[in-house]
Design a protein around this ligand. Structure first.
Ligand SMILES: Cc1ncc(COP(=O)(O)O)c(C=O)c1O
Length: 500
């Protein structure tokens, strides 16, 4: 159900943006600015920055605790802005985040997975989940996602896999899952919530890639409305707030105490959160709630036309709808254009490089087998028409005979090989050894091949020969290794033997 269909208890306040309006009101009424920031709303800033951002942006870059903005009679404009976001998403409580969904994962780990607490986490969770467990000291056991060996692509977790993981770790009171994936594949969240709740386990869904879900009938439903207890939406990724801004939503549920989440967020938050980021969240929520359905309608139609055009390019297949019903895929996001490039005889990296070089087209992600483009809620349709033409032209130029084989993850790497708590491994005394000598040792590093940003190795995991080979293959195929102390992966930090 979209926000527009939510039964209104009175006139809707969704067309307002109280925090944005309050910040603008303060920024332009000419107050004596004897507080931070030092640029004083523009005059004190470097001329180059003033020109680049414009004085309007600098005028509304204001500190926390300004009367009539975020302090004063309750509810303050800031409180009203977060309440409107909660209302639009159907949450009991929503927080604006100024350090991305990353901050939300860290906070949820601190709040729900404290020192020694058991949690079940999806193995292809974003690196920020295990980083959060390094901060909190929680003890994860991992549930493997469904894996497509043809494309080397991890999907969501099936309800049966979650049930088995919870049965194997009966002390776990929370499960951290991802939906949708980077490739736009959404899991069966309703069934996953049922499985978790039957075992009295809270379900956290990292819906970073789906801040628009539930706001158009042709999109997957929002995880919150499907029964998840806490949900992250990385608003900046699709819905148009400024980079680094995101939201954390807690459902009206007994399973999560909003106060504990609030305490954790306070620990992780700067005492000077950016008013620009927060105002952009208030504005993005308004646009999503009021005009989202219409904007999404146009974008979905343009994406459909692009897929139809791409289907005529030899060697290119767009994937999405045809994956629905496969294990771990209950729905897909039409705002993700996922191109299977294997039939061109070129890797996704080669197609992406050629597009970049020839047409300055910058995709979100390329892998050996795919290239992924992320569309925004109000994606300009003419850019999509041009994109389909550019792909067609490039593929004609660079196609080679034969098909490319995807880089496939050893399946056992997606199962649990955690032998030491991530916190103990990450903070423990380490040896630096050559990768070939690291097999059998315990990793202190969290290493994600980027793209796609999914950890290939976690702190606390025993390094297998297959994982070492996969890390080498990632580097050779052109991926960068995020989090690796040695980006060439010639060496790696492993836990000192007396600690293992
Ligand atoms: C599934 C998932 N969760 C969390 C994040 C972190 O989001 P942010 O960049 O907003 O911190 C990402 C980033 O790509 C992600 O893919």
């Amino acid at each position: 159900m979209s926000a527009a269909e939510t039964p209104a208890s009175g006139p809707s306040e969704q067309p307002t943006a109280p925090y944005l309006d309050a910040v603008v009101g303060y920024g332009f009424r000419g107050p004596g600015r004897f507080h931070v920031p030092g640029h004083k709303g523009g005059p004190g800033a470097d001329p180059g920055l003033r020109h680049a951002l414009g004085d309007s942006a600098l005028a509304i870059d204001i500190p926390q605790d300004v009367h009539g903005v975020d302090i004063g009679p309750s509810p303050s404009p800031f409180e009203r802005a977060e309440a409107l976001a909660a209302d639009a998403y159907g949450a009991a409580r929503t927080w604006f985040l100024t350090n991305g969904a990353t901050q939300g994962n860290h906070a949820l780990c601190l709040a729900l997975a404290p020192q020694g607490a058991h949690v079940v986490a999806q193995r292809n969770s974003h690196a920020s989940v295990v980083d959060g467990l390094v901060l909190s000291g929680g003890l994860p056991s991992f549930v493997a996602p469904s894996y497509d060996e043809e494309l080397g692509m991890a999907h969501g977790v099936t309800p049966a896999a979650l049930d088995a993981a919870l049965a194997a770790d009966p002390d776990a009171r929370v499960a951290f899952l991802v939906s949708p994936t980077y490739y736009g594949m959404a899991a069966d969240v309703a069934a996953l919530a049922e499985v978790a709740h039957r075992r009295d386990v809270a379900l956290v869904v990292d819906q970073s890639w789906g801040p628009h879900f539930g706001f158009h009938p042709d999109l997957p439903e929002s995880a919150l409305r499907l029964g998840a207890d806490a949900v992250l939406t990385s608003t900046h990724k699709i819905v148009g707030s400024l980079t680094q801004s995101a939201m954390l939503h807690v459902a009206p549920t007994e399973r999560i105490d909003p106060a504990s989440v609030g305490v954790a967020l306070r620990l992780l938050r700067s005492t000077s959160p950016s008013s620009l980021l927060m105002a952009s969240l208030d504005a993005a929520r308004r646009q999503l709630a009021v005009h989202g359905e219409a904007l999404l309608h146009e974008t979905i139609a343009a994406a459909r036309a692009t897929r139809e055009k791409l289907a005529t390019t030899p060697g290119i297949a767009t994937i999405g709808e045809d994956f629905v019903g496969r294990p771990g895929v209950a729905a897909y996001d039409p705002l993700r254009l996922v191109l299977d490039t294997r039939g061109t005889g070129c890797t996704g990296y080669e197609v992406a490089d050629a597009l970049r070089n020839a047409y300055d087209v910058q995709p979100e992600l390329a892998t050996v087998a795919t290239m992924v483009c992320v569309l925004g809620m109000g994606q300009p349709a003419d850019a999509l028409v041009r994109f389909a033409g550019d792909v067609d032209e490039i593929v004609k130029r660079i196609s080679k005979p034969g098909a490319v084989q995807a880089l496939v993850r050893p399946p056992e790497a997606l199962h649990d090989t955690m032998v030491v708590a991530p916190r103990d491994a990450f903070l423990g005394r380490s040896d630096v050894v050559a990768l070939q000598d690291a097999v059998g040792r315990i990793s202190c590093e969290s290493i994600a091949g980027y793209p796609p940003g999914i950890p290939a190795l976690l702190p606390g995991e025993r390094i297998t020969a297959d994982t070492a080979a996969y890390l080498r293959d990632l580097v050779t195929s052109g991926a960068r290794l995020h989090g690796a102390a040695d980006p060439t992966i010639a060496t790696i930090h492993v836990l000192a033997e007396d600690l293992a």
